[in-house]
Design a protein. Sequence first.
Length: 83
Amino acid sequence: MEELEVGKITHFFTKIGVAIVQVTAPFKVGDKVHIKGATTDITEVVESMQVHHAPVKEVNKGDDIGLKVKGQVRPGDTIFKVL
């Protein structure tokens, strides 16, 4: 399974299940991502992303986004796009 790093998690809001991500490479809704960290290992399909509280379908390098996730993630975790 080949992977490409697409972002780093900077914050996580537990109650709403949203991670704030600093994007390092483009990805979009529908892409399969692998979130990996010291105690995190989650693979899921991107279903919802927002930039400045507005839904978006694609993000690019340099964007700071809100990413809806199903599991518990932590600041410092890395997001990889599964190719």
